[in-house]
Design a protein around this ligand. Structure first.
Ligand SMILES: *[C@@H]1O[C@H](CO)[C@@H](O)[C@H](O)[C@H]1NC(C)=O
Length: 733
C-alpha cells in the first residue's frame, strides 16, 4: 500500500556523506521490514470477513478472509524470527563466569531479552504486540483451518474455481471428517473446468509430503528414492520442530489462573518456564501429527533413522547406513538389532570411525535436559507431564510416575484385541456350519467365510421383513444411497423391526428371526476369533441396496467405497488412524448375506492402499463373512447393477461399556412380548390379546459417531451453506 519509497536520485550532489549514509541506513531498515506497520490483527480481520460472508458480500469476504490468513501467518513468522534473533542478541551463553551475584546477571539478560523481543515484535507487527492476542476459540479456528471453509464458498460465489477448490482442499485435509465438505469435494471433482492441480494444500507441511512419499518408495523397495525423501522429511521435520518450539515462548496460557493464585516471583517464573518446556516437548507430537489427525506417528524422528539405515544398506552406502544406525542408538542405546547391525557395518568399514549425527546428538541432549527439569517439577512442584517420547530412559522418570506408566501400558495391552493369527480355532459352536475360506484362502489376516448359517427359508423370511419395512417410515425408506446415486438404500435395525412387529406392520416371527440370526452370528464370530473372551454387539443393521432402473451404464462408482471399520484409512500414509469419527471400539465385523439374485455387489478386500484388491466374496443366502475391524481389512462393495442385495451387517466390540444399548432394549421388548403372549394365552377369555405398548420412542436409532462440527459459530448458522452436517450412519454394506 503506502510502502513505495523511491530511492533518491544519485545525482544530488548537495548531500553530505554522513547524511547520505544515514538516509541509506533508514531506507535499508525500512525495506528490510516490508511488513512493518501493516499487519492488522488477524482476529479482527477474521471477524469482519465472517460478517461480510454472512452479508453475502463475497468480494469483501474473500479479501478479508485472505488477509486474516496472511496476518496470521505473518504473526507466526514474526514471533519465530524475533525469538531467534533475540536469542542471538540477548542470549545466555556468554561463557563468562558470573562475577556478580548470579541473580543480577541472570535478570539483566532476561530484561535485555524482553526488550529485544518487544522491540522486534513492535517493529515487525507495527504497534503493540499485545494487539495481536486472540481468544482461544479464534486460535483454535485458525489451527483447524476454519477460515478456508468460508473462503471456499466466497471464491465459489465469485466464480474463482481454482481458488475455491484449493481452499476447499486445504480445509478438507485438516477436517477429513467434515461431511459437507466431503460432498463439496465430490462435486468439485465432477465439475467441468476444475483442474487436478487445483486440489492442493495451501498449508501443506513439507515434511509430511516428503515423509509420505518416502514411505511409499520404501514400501515399493525403491530405496534410492526413499532415502532422498526421508532425508528431506527429516530435515523439514526438524525445521518445523524448531518453529513450533519458538512459538512456545509466546504469551502465558491460563493467565486468569495465574492471577488467581498470586504466585511469588520464583514460583511464577518456575510455573511459566515449566509451561514453556512442556510446550516445547509437545512439539514432537505436533510435527508427528498429520493435519486433520488426532493421533501422531510414534517415534517420528527416531524411526527415520531406522528406515534410513536399512535403505542406505540396501543402496550399498555403508558409511551412511552406519551413521544412521549409530544415530538411532542415541535414542535407544540398548536396541539389540541395531547394535548388531552396527557391528556388521564396522566390520564392513574397517577402521573408519562411526559417529551419530551431530544435530541429533544435540537434539537428544537438549530434550533430556528439558525432561530432567520437567520431571523435577513433577516430583516437587506438583506438575504433571505426559512424555511424548517413548525413548526417554527409565532412570530419568521419577519412581512415582513409573508406577502409573506401567499401569497405563497394562491397560492399553488389555484393551487391544489380539491381532496375531490364532487359527485354527476351536470347533464351531454350531452344527452344520462350514468354514469355506480362512484367512489364508482370503489372502489376508483375521478373515473368514462361513456357509450355511441360515437356511433358505430363514433367508426368505428375513427378506420378507426387509421388504415390508422398506415401505414404512422407520425402515429408511427408499432413499438414494449415500454412497452412490445409482442405488436405493433401505435399512432396518433390530429394535425397529420389533417395534414394527408391535404395530403389526411386519410379522412378529420374522422380527424374532432377525434377532436370532444376529445372535447366532455373534456366537460364531466369538468362538472363531475370540474364544474365551466375550464379544458384545456394537451395531446390527439389516440393509438392502437396489440398483436404480436405467442408470447403470458405464458405472464407475462403488456401492460402498473402500474403508476400514474401526479406523480412518489413509492410503497415502499407508496407515489407518484409530481415531474418531471412526468407530474405534469396534473389534470385529461380519456380514450375513440373504440372497444372490442380483448383479454385481460382491464384497472385496484391499491392501491399505484402498486400490489393490486381495480377495473377493460373492454373497449368497446363509453366508457369513467375518473379519477384524482394523486397517488389516479395508473392504468395499462393487456396484449393484441389477436387482436388490440384502444382508445383515454386524459389528462387535470386546468392551462391555460400548455394548449396544438398543440391542438390550430390543431383547427386553422381545421378552415382554413373549411373556405377554403366554399371559394372553392363559387369560384369553377375559382379555382380547396383547395391547401395543407404544411406550418406546418411535424415533429411528441415532447413529453413533458424528462429524465433529468445526466451530460453535458455523454450527449455529444452519442456513449459511457451510454448516457441518451430521454424520449419517456409515453402517451400511
Ligand atoms: C487370493 O489370491 C489368489 C491369487 O491372486 C486369487 O486367485 C484368489 O482368487 C484370491 N482369493 C480370493 C478369495 O479372492
Amino acid at each position: 500500500m503506502a510502502l513505495r519509497s523511491r530511492p533518491p536520485s544519485s545525482s544530488s550532489p548537495r548531500f553530505s556523506v554522513p547524511f547520505l549514509l544515514l538516509l541509506l541506513l533508514s531506507i535499508l531498515l525500512f525495506l528490510s521490514s516490508p511488513s512493518s506497520g501493516h499487519l492488522a490483527p488477524y482476529d479482527a480481520l477474521y471477524a469482519d470477513g465472517v460478517r461480510a460472508y454472512f452479508a453475502q458480500d463475497w468480494p469483501r469476504a474473500a479479501e478479508l478472509l485472505q488477509r486474516c490468513l496472511h496476518s496470521y501467518s505473518g504473526l507466526q513468522g514474526a514471533r519465530r524470527e524475533c525469538q531467534g534473533a533475540c536469542q542471538g542478541q540477548a542470549g545466555f551463553s556468554t561463557g563468562r563466569p558470573p562475577s556478580r551475584p548470579w541473580e543480577t546477571g541472570f535478570f539483566e539478560r532476561v530484561l535485555q531479552r524482553a526488550e529485544c523481543l518487544e522491540e522486534c515484535l513492535g517493529r515487525r507487527l507495527g504497534g503493540q504486540p499485545s494487539l495481536h492476542r486472540a481468544s482461544a476459540q479464534i486460535r483454535q479456528d485458525f489451527e483447524e483451518r476454519e477460515p478456508y471453509n468460508y473462503l471456499q464458498i466466497a471464491f465459489f460465489k465469485l466464480k474463482k474455481l481454482d481458488e475455491a477448490v484449493s481452499s476447499a482442499h486445504t480445509f478438507f485435509v485438516a477436517n477429513p471428517q467434515h461431511l459437507q465438505m466431503r460432498e463439496d469435494m465430490e462435486k468439485y471433482r465432477r465439475m467441468a473446468g476444475v483442474k487436478a492441480e487445483s486440489f492442493r494444500d495451501l498449508e501443506a507441511m513439507p515434511h509430511w509430503v516428503a515423509y509420505e512419499a518416502g514411505i511409499q518408495h520404501y514400501k515399493a523397495d525403491d530405496y534410492q528414492q526413499a532415502v532422498t525423501k526421508l532425508e528431506e522429511s527429516l530435515k523439514e521435520g526438524l525445521l518445523a520442530l524448531e518453529d513450533c518450539r519458538a512459538l512456545c515462548e509466546g504469551p502465558q496460557e491460563d493467565e486468569e489462573k495465574a492471577e488467581e493464585t498470586q504466585l511469588g516471583l520464583y514460583e511464577a517464573i518456575a510455573a511459566h518456564y515449566i509451561q514453556v518446556l512442556k510446550c516445547r516437548q509437545k512439539c514432537v507430537l505436533d510435527i508427528a501429527t498429520k493435519p486433520g489427525r488426532v493421533s501422531s506417528t510414534e517415534d517420528f524422528i527416531p524411526s527415520h533413522f531406522d528406515l534410513l539405515q536399512f535403505a542406505y544398506e540396501r543402496t550399498g552406502n555403508w558409511a551412511l547406513a552406519a551413521e544412521c544406525a549409530a544415530t538411532y542408538l542415541q535414542f535407544y542405546p540398548s536396541d539389540g538389532a541395531l547394535l548388531e547391525k552396527l557391528k556388521q557395518y564396522q566390520a564392513e568399514l574397517g577402521d573408519v570411525p562411526i559417529a551419530a549425527r551431530e544435530n541429533i546428538r544435540h537434539y537428544v541432549e537438549r530434550s533430556l535436559m528439558e525432561k530432567k527439569l520437567i520431571y523435577y517439577a513433577v516430583e516437587h512442584l506438583g506438575e504433571t507431564f505426559n512424555d511424548p517420547d517413548s525413548w526417554t530412559p527409565e532412570e530419568l522418570i521419577p519412581e512415582s510416575m513409573k508406577e502409573k506408566h506401567k499401569e497405563d501400558q497394562e491397560k492399553q495391552r488389555l484393551k487391544a484385541p489380539d491381532v496375531g493369527e490364532q487359527e485354527p480355532r476351536e470347533p464351531l459352536a454350531f452344527e452344520g456350519i462350514t468354514i469355506t475360506m480362512d484367512s489364508q484362502q482370503l489372502n489376508g489376516s483375521q478373515r473368514v467365510v462361513l456357509d450355511r448359517v441360515l437356511t433358505e427359508s430363514e433367508c426368505k423370511d428375513i427378506l420378507r421383513l426387509a421388504k415390508a419395512a422398506g415401505g414404512t417410515e422407520g425402515g429408511y425408506r427408499g432413499r438414494r444411497s449415500p454412497h452412490t446415486p445409482h442405488e436405493k438404500f433401505e435399512g432396518l435395525t433390530v429394535l425397529k423391526a420389533l417395534q414394527l412387529a408391535e404395530e403389526s406392520t411386519v410379522n412378529w416371527r420374522d422380527a424374532k428371526l432377525l434377532l436370532q440370526a444376529s445372535e447366532k452370528s455373534r456366537k460364531i464370530v466369538e468362538s472363531y476369533f475370540t474364544p474365551g473372551k466375550d464379544l458384545y454387539f456394537s451395531f446390527t443393521h439389516l440393509v438392502c441396496r437396489t440398483a436404480a432402473e436405467g442408470e447403470q451404464e458405464s458405472r464407475m462408482d462403488l456401492s460402498h467405497p473402500v474403508h476400514a471399520d474401526n479406523c480412518l484409512l489413509d492410503p497415502e500414509g499407508n496407515t489407518c488412524w484409530r481415531e474418531p469419527p471412526a468407530y474405534i471400539y469396534r473389534d470385529y465385523s461380519a456380514i450375513l448375506y440373504l440372497n444372490d439374485d442380483f448383479q454385481g455387489g460382491n464384497l472385496f478386500f484391499t491392501e491399505m492402499d484402498a486400490v489393490t484388491v486381495t480377495a473377493e466374496v460373492r454373497p449368497k443366502c446363509g453366508r457369513l463373512v467375518a473379519f477384524s475391524s482394523g486397517g488389516e481389512n479395508p473392504h468395499g462393495v462393487w456396484a449393484v447393477t441389477r436387482g436388490r442385495r440384502c444382508a445383515i451387517a454386524l459389528w462387535y466390540t470386546l468392551l462391555p461399556e460400548h455394548a449396544e444399548q438398543e440391542r438390550a432394549r430390543a431383547e427386553e421388548l422381545m421378552r415382554q412380548k413373549e411373556a405377554e403372549q403366554e399371559q394372553s394365552h392363559s387369560e384369553e377369555e377375559e382379555h382380547g390379546g396383547a395391547e401395543p405398548s407404544g411406550a418406546d420412542s418411535p424415533e429411528p436409532p441415532t447413529p453413533k459417531g458424528r462429524a465433529r462440527s468445526t466451530s460453535q459459530r458455523t454450527r449455529s448458522n444452519s442456513d449459511s451453506g457451510i454448516q457441518s452436517t451430521r454424520l449419517r450412519a456409515r453402517d451400511e454394506f
